[in-house]
Write a protein that binds this ligand. Structure first.
Ligand code: G6P
Length: 371
């Protein structure tokens, strides 16, 4: 009923707007006043965590894309090699697992069969399994050695939104905790990132306050037959997630690419008027921002419309952007928490305009309990 949806038309839209609270709840009580991480629920000893020599993240769907972001953060902060794998592929390729492998299973529902089978396999090979999960007492955390619960609250919409954002938070916390335990980062540095994480709910709110701008874009592209998404670094998985949302909800052909890969194939798809979302990396010491701009020039030269998501004070992007969605300025690794939000809103609105059932997209289920 509308009452349960707090006046929103869809659970999904309500859940998108709950994201500031969901993120805040998932950060709560997980660090001391000085910013040191305390993850009491991680029942793997600090000694064992110091022995970990490889991390494999396994998940499906949107949770897999959270895992792809996690890789960038975890490897950067901990220097532990981190792979990310689709749960359905994992056990069929004879993966290399030892007691020093940490398998991180990400699942909103905790009931996804592909992910469950993968962790059973990993534990049989003596790897340690840590679950990141939003459903208390569900099967995957029960069968894991440790769990970090996300506190998104129940997610009803089939397409994951607040589940995804809180998974990202749990991944960041895990990465920082490992860095703390292993001493790969100074305490001050960890505390600084934790402080930045604490500012994210208000930044997500700022992005949500501009929803009308995104809805106008959805009206403009309501008849699109194909939409592309480009990103780099941590923005690459965001491009994949943006495309997935559009496929799931609006049934439109959509694909995400790493912007640097354009010239190796996808650029052949560019034609006049094709909308291309570009998740522009923050300006920093690396050259990612400049390289993104050259990618945008390439697609525009071939007639595409560049819809850029870029940070507030990024003036360099302005002449290249046909449409511009502004994001609060945050560090590169945390930007996915903001850049994904307009893409969620876009898919939700466009599917609504096309008359689809956003909460129950055709052919999909909230939790897939068969392999
Ligand atoms: C289903 C849902 C997706 C979800 C995936 C993984 O396919 O439709 O939205 O991302 O399962 O779900 P999980 O509960 O394991 O995160």
């Amino acid at each position: 009923s509308a009452a349960e949806k707090d006046g929103f038309d869809w659970f999904m839209r309500k859940e998108i707007f709950e994201q500031p609270d969901a993120v805040a709840a998932s950060l709560l009580s997980r660090h001391t006043a000085t910013g040191a991480l305390q993850l009491d629920e991680v029942r793997i000893s600090e000694d064992d965590l110091r022995e970990v020599d490889k991390i494999i993240v396994i998940a499906c769907g949107t949770s897999f894309y959270a895992g792809l972001v996690a890789k960038y953060a975890i490897e950067h902060w901990t220097r532990i090699p981190c792979e990310v794998e689709l749960a359905s592929e994992f056990r069929y390729r004879d993966p290399i697992l030892t007691r020093d492998t940490l398998v991180v299973a990400i699942s909103q529902s905790g009931e996804t069969a592909d992910t469950l089978m993968a962790i059973r396999y990993a534990r049989a090979q003596r790897a340690k399994v840590l679950a990141i999960c939003n459903s208390n007492g569900s099967t995957i955390p029960r069968e894991s050695d440790a769990v970090i619960y996300t506190h998104a609250g129940p997610e009803i919409g089939v397409a994951s939104t607040k589940g995804y954002l809180t998974q990202l938070i749990a991944c960041y916390l895990l990465g920082l905790y490992l860095a703390q335990v292993r001493g790969t980062r100074f305490g001050d540095e960890i505390a600084m990132i934790v402080r930045e994480l604490e500012t994210m709910p208000q930044h997500i709110q700022t992005v949500l306050d501009n929803a009308e701008e995104v809805y106008a874009l959805a009206r403009e592209y309501v008849d699109a037959t194909s939409v592309l998404f480009l990103g780099r670094h941590a923005g690459y998985p965001v491009a994949l997630e943006g495309a997935l949302k559009l496929k799931e909800l609006a049934y439109i052909h959509a694909e995400g690419f790493a912007a640097g890969e354009l010239k190796h194939g996808p650029i052949a798809l560019i034609e006049d008027g094709l909308p291309v979302f570009c998740v522009v990396p923050p300006r920093g010491r690396d050259q990612l921002h400049d390289k993104m701009i050259s990618g945008i020039q390439e697609i525009k030269a071939r007639g595409a419309t560049a819809i850029c998501l870029a940070e507030d004070d990024d003036d360099e992007i302005t002449p290249y952007a046909d449409r511009l969605i502004r994001l609060p300025k945050v560090s590169t690794l945390l930007q996915p928490l903001l850049s994904v939000v307009p893409l969620q809103l876009f898919a939700c609105e466009l599917a609504t305009l096309r008359g689809h059932d956003v909460d129950q997209p055709r052919n999909l289920a909230k939790s897939v309990t068969v392999e």
